[in-house]
Design a protein around this ligand. Structure first.
Ligand code: AP5
Ligand code: MG
Length: 216
């Protein structure tokens, strides 16, 4: 069960990856989450990542691929994984293929979560994330039981820097110019599955669960 979730910012990659990881027992590997952890701890990598992320730009390929190489080499990823937000450029996708083939395996499927732009902007504008455990909410669509407080751990909810309007616009531009081409990359290799992510969360999840169950 080796999959990646592709799709524009706000499509719901993180939201669904958390649920799939729990149900299917494979790790959820989000490069965005890894960078945010490093930023929180103010490591050198975190400082470097922040200079790109807060503006809505992509972190350079070599830095990102190194992180994924290290993470996929860990024991818990040997039976499968759900990548979220990686790869995000064609060079990253090519390097992922090389990396996995070096480990004697391959990516099964790239799941493309698509949603209309107005839905995406509404989702990103209202997203709130737990500062402590990283759980994701939405002020209207998926509200926490108590405003500003994480249901899961009681931590404080905050708005990501890159969910500010100008950063959202830049992320969308970056997605169109650098990431959208991956749909064709995986389609030509016969590894792409499209899933409507602009509908109710439970409906999208039902489709994802079927795909994952078919890989078992
Ligand atoms: P990353 O954290 O991956 O951000 P992203 O791709 O922009 O995606 P998001 O996390 O914004 O959206 P999502 O699809 O996970 O949506 P979510 O589930 O939260 O990356 C951040 C940055 O790190 C990048 O900009 C880049 O700088 C850097 N980076 C990361 N990976 C990199 C790479 N490979 N190469 C280079 N740089 C990299 O949902 C959004 C909201 O909608 C939430 O509020 C949620 O509650 C709500 N929601 C979700 N689904 C539904 C639904 N069905 N109905 C209603 N509401 C919903
Ligand atoms: Mg995410």
């Amino acid at each position: 069960m080796r999959v990646t979730l592709l799709g524009p910012p706000g499509a719901g990659k993180g939201t669904h990856a958390v649920d799939l990881s729990r149900e299917f027992g494979v790790p959820h590997i989000s490069t965005g989450d890894i960078f945010r952890e490093e930023m929180k701890s103010e490591t050198e990598l975190g400082k470097l990542a922040r200079s790109y992320i807060d503006e809505g730009n992509l972190v350079p390929d070599d830095v990102t691929v190194d992180i994924v190489r290290g993470r996929l080499g860990k024991e818990d990823a040997s039976a499968g994984f759900i990548l979220d937000g990686f790869p995000r450029t064609i060079p990253q996708a090519e390097q992922l293929d090389g990396l996995l083939s070096g480990l004697g395996t391959a990516l099964d499927t790239a799941i493309y979560l698509f949603a209309p732009e107005e839905v995406i902007i509404q989702r990103l504008s209202g997203r709130r994330v737990c500062r402590n455990c990283g759980a994701v909410f939405h002020v209207v669509n998926i509200p926490p039981r108590r405003e500003g407080v994480c249901d899961r751990c009681g931590g404080e909810l905050y708005r990501r820097e890159d969910d500010a309007p100008e950063a959202i616009r830049q992320r969308m531009r970056q997605y169109e110019s650098k990431t959208a081409g991956l749909v064709g990359y995986y389609e030509s290799g016969g590894r792409l599955v499209r899933v409507d992510a602009g509908i109710a969360r439970q409906e999208t999840y039902r489709l994802l669960r079927e795909i994952m169950a078919g890989l078992r």
